[in-house]
Design a protein around this ligand. Structure first.
Ligand SMILES: Cc1cc2nc3c(=O)[nH]c(=O)nc-3n(C[C@H](O)[C@H](O)[C@H](O)COP(=O)(O)O)c2cc1C
Length: 354
């Protein structure tokens, strides 16, 4: 019998521990998914930066090694129409950096790759039938969502406000990820683009719990057993942990990013739109400092990243995104399996002691 005080997510998703290894596009690897899953958590594979072909390959290879429930994660934004004028202004703003690094600002701009959930992605879901499908930035259009649900997958999505949570419940989400302001990576916000609407985890989770009847998964700033126990006290049925998994050897994190994670203080992150066009939390680096983390000239999601690509290829630490949540100083360098087991053991010790 489970010792956890709330087993709704364990029962719903068929997992042993109420921990979701967060999907982290670009940083999550198959090895992380497998290790977290084998330790009893829900492993999550992010699809946002994969082509449909790459996704098929990942799922085929994963299927041969991973017999546990899988969460397949998608972005479901609308791709912004091209805006040549804004793109030109953005390039102009970045031109001094191009010149500094001996690059040609007039060379064609590469296209940044964040793919929204569409018919082709839905066909992959129908083919591979993951136990769980989670979305970021709301939900896909109704007909696609119905097809996902028809596969039997449980559907999750991130809410950053009570209004988003109630909307997601009304659309048929099986559980809601309450994503607090502390979280690393892109804000999942979709009903508003006003950053003043964004709420910290401690305030967000209980207000969402009170507003919806489906189970709530707390995310943002949770990186040890204390955070997990606190989330349960707030009424959450599980947690989604991202930044803590960036410290594992299974994370695909380049050397500059790893160095920043190891050395930056908790005060060193900010929300920035420079790297994709949508606000996301990362460790402040040179380009964020010099252009301001939220710059109105950055093209709409996901186009902003293209013009930065040649710069980050030269100097990743100065021009690449160093995604991280605010709880980075709680990160411990241990394997994904060890991390998962430690998180669960620490939380249970606190929860059972009560
Ligand atoms: C490097 C990184 C990449 C992320 N990419 C995604 C993603 O592809 N899809 C998604 O739903 N959430 C993404 N997120 C958000 C996480 O899934 C999770 O909600 C968040 O990391 C939780 O907060 P924490 O970082 O404080 O643990 C990302 C977060 C990070 C740190």
């Amino acid at each position: 019998m489970s010792q956890w005080p709330d087993t709704r997510i364990l029962d719903l998703l068929g997992i042993d521990l109420p921990i979701i290894q967060a999907p982290m596009a670009g940083a999550t690897t198959q090895a992380m998914v497998i290790a977290a899953g084998q330790a009893g958590a829900l492993g999550s594979l992010p699809a946002a930066m994969l082509s449909v072909e790459q996704l098929r390959q990942e799922l085929t290879s994963l299927g041969q090694q991973h017999a546990k429930p899988l969460n397949l994660n998608f972005f479901c934004h609308q791709n912004a129409p091209a805006d040549p004028q804004r793109a030109a202004q953005w390039k102009q703003l970045l031109a001094p950096y191009y010149r500094e690094l001996g690059l040609d600002p007039d060379a064609p701009t590469p296209v940044s790759n964040r793919a929204p959930f569409d018919n082709a992605a839905c066909e992959v879901v129908e083919e591979f039938r993951p136990a769980v499908v989670s979305f970021h930035f709301g939900l896909p259009e109704k007909s696609l969502l119905e097809r996902v649900k028809a596969t039997g997958a449980k559907v999750l999505s991130s809410a950053t406000t009570v209004a988003e949570a109630t909307w997601l419940e009304q659309q048929g989400c099986d559980a809601i990820i309450a994503m607090g302001y502390e979280a690393g990576g892109h804000r999942g916000m979709f009903l508003s683009d006003d950053l003043n609407t964004q709420v910290g985890t401690l305030a967000l989770v209980p207000q969402i719990v009170d507003a919806v009847s489906v189970p709530v998964i707390a995310a943002g700033g949770i990186a040890d057993g204390r955070g997990i126990a606190a989330a349960f006290m707030l009424g959450a049925s599980a947690v989604q942990v991202g930044t803590a998994y960036l410290f594992t050897p299974e994370a695909k994190v380049n050397a500059s990013h790893r160095h920043a994670l190891r050395s930056a203080p908790e005060s060193a992150t900010a929300l920035t739109n420079l790297f994709t066009g949508r606000p996301a939390r990362g460790i402040v680096n040179r380009v964020m400092r010099e252009l301001g983390p939220m710059n109105p000239k950055a093209p709409a999601f996901p186009l902003a990243g293209g013009a930065l690509m040649p710069l980050r290829a030269e100097r990743e630490g100065e021009f690449g995104n160093l995604w991280s949540g605010q709880a980075l100083r709680l990160g411990v360098e241990q394997s994904s399996a060890e991390l998962t087991r430690r998180l669960a053991a620490e939380a249970l010790a606190l929860l059972i002691r009560r």
